[in-house]
Write a protein that binds this ligand. Structure first.
Ligand SMILES: [Zn+2]
Length: 448
């Protein structure tokens, strides 16, 4: 039975016009308004400035819910919330989009609930573009307890059965999909490319990702090859399912589908993945952009991104999953990545760590008990304009919830602004000068 709320209209609210307090109104468009652009033309990407002598560029991703100026950092809203912070505050910080997770939203509250609410943006009162991750990473990593992809140690002897210490493998991969146990209640679930597409269409984010198999640097070369071919076949099934779902759900704004590139640390596999998915077309449907996924060791981040950027179509955006350190942003952007997401800014905030141009430091340290200066004298965020290190130190020690909100605001602001400043440096033709000055200061580590 059709639900009453499925006449959702894209708000197309331009980011620049968003004011704190305006979000609520903008996020609830008139039910009866027609879609200005329901079809594929609602999504586009245009390259603007370039880094001289490199693959990096600036651009604009156009979605039914507004534009994203790239390069851009996309804050993570795993369970349809950026933890501890209201959407209005994230808009004030300058967030251009939010990224939620299909695995988590499928288990809780259920994608049918989000569909009935009119899609992710309306459900969470977020008026700007949204992304969802396919759930592949969570399906395969939560159970096995893999370490975070970017920090994997390439020196470990390959072992296809490897899991983290004291963890049990809860996911079983076959050629059709993955059977896994819920991390919440242990119940058994199954994801296939078709199921992931259906769930992501119900969630309704502007940008969704193909379902892929996660490998790690622990896997053998043979397994990487087998897995890459499986991911290629799954990508074809995702395109086909996405095409059908887009036609069936033409009352909803167009959702762009990004293919996910694997291949671990192997140049031939990474280039093959980029060529295969870059040229893939099923009944006229091709990928709208690409996600760079899987095992990447930090040392080789730049060169791995460059292999794929050289093979991919120039006019489609590239999202790199899971980076947040300043040096990683510069490296990835120089080599052709356009958007990024990571849970780190908010996660490290909740453990007491705050970002600073001179390096990260820990607010719970005793030396801040009577320090009445802000986290960062140069920062323009709400927290730094109104609160001192001494107060934040007190809130942390007293386990007050406001601590999480205030420090998350600062760390998200720092990260979003870092990438925005990199974009400005490319536009002004001074990317390398800005990189050297920023990293020189950050890595000198003369924190307060
Ligand atoms: Zn601040």
């Amino acid at each position: 039975m059709p639900n009453q709320l499925n006449t959702e209209t894209p708000t197309a609210a331009p980011h620049e016009s968003m004011k704190p307090g305006a979000a609520q109104q903008d996020a609830r468009p008139q039910e009866s308004a027609p879609h200005p652009q329901a079809g594929r033309e609602a999504f586009s990407f245009e390259v603007e400035a370039r880094i001289e002598g490199a693959l990096g560029r600036t651009g604009t991703i156009r979605t039914p819910h507004g534009d994203i100026k790239t390069p851009a950092f996309i804050p993570v809203a795993t369970k349809a919330t950026i933890k501890t912070v209201r959407p209005e505050e994230m808009l004030e910080i300058g967030a251009q989009a939010a990224l939620a997770n299909a695995y988590h939203l499928n288990l809780q509250p259920g994608t049918d609930v989000i569909d009935a609410a009119g899609g992710l943006g309306r459900f969470m009162n977020w008026p700007l573009p949204t992304f969802t991750d396919s759930g592949g990473f969570q399906v395969m990593s939560l159970g096995a307890g893999f370490k975070k992809v970017i920090t994997m140690d390439a020196s470990v002897v390959p072992d296809d059965a490897a899991v983290a210490p004291k963890k049990v493998r809860l996911a079983l991969v076959d050629d059709d999909g993955v059977t896994f146990k819920s991390h919440i209640d242990g119940t058994t679930h199954r994801f296939t490319p078709e199921i992931s597409m259906k769930l992501q269409h119900e969630i309704g984010a502007d940008i969704i990702f193909a379902f892929d198999e996660l490998t790690t640097l622990f896997n053998t070369r043979d397994y990487q090859e087998t897995s890459l071919e499986r991911t290629r076949l799954w990508a074809e099934r995702c395109l086909s399912a996405h095409r059908s779902l887009t036609a069936e759900r033409s009352h909803r704004p167009y959702q762009a589908l990004f293919g996910v590139l694997q291949g671990a640390q192997y140049e031939d596999l990474r280039r093959k993945a980029a060529k295969d998915l870059g040229s893939m077309e099923i009944e006229g449907q091709s990928f709208d952009g690409f996600g760079i996924g899987g095992a990447l060791d930090k040392e080789n981040l730049g060169v791995i991104v460059s292999w794929m950027a050289e093979e991919l179509p120039e006019n489609k955006p590239r999202h790199l999953l899971g980076i947040s350190e300043p040096e990683d942003f510069f490296t990835a952007i120089e080599n052709g990545a356009d958007t990024f997401d990571c849970v780190s800014p908010s996660r490290v905030a909740r453990t007491g760590r705050v970002y600073h141009p001179d390096g990260r430091y820990n607010i719970p340290q005793a030396r801040f008990k009577r320090d009445f200066s802000p986290i960062d004298e140069e920062c323009t965020c709400y927290t730094c304009q109104n609160y001192t290190r001494a107060y934040l130190h007190h809130l942390f020690k007293a386990k007050e919830m406001l601590y999480n909100t205030l420090c998350t605001i600062h760390n998200e602001h720092y990260t979003i602004k870092m990438v925005d400043d990199i974009r400005a440096s490319i536009e002004q033709g001074r990317f390398y000068e800005f990189r050297d000055a920023t990293l020189g200061r950050y890595q000198a580590g003369s924190t307060p």
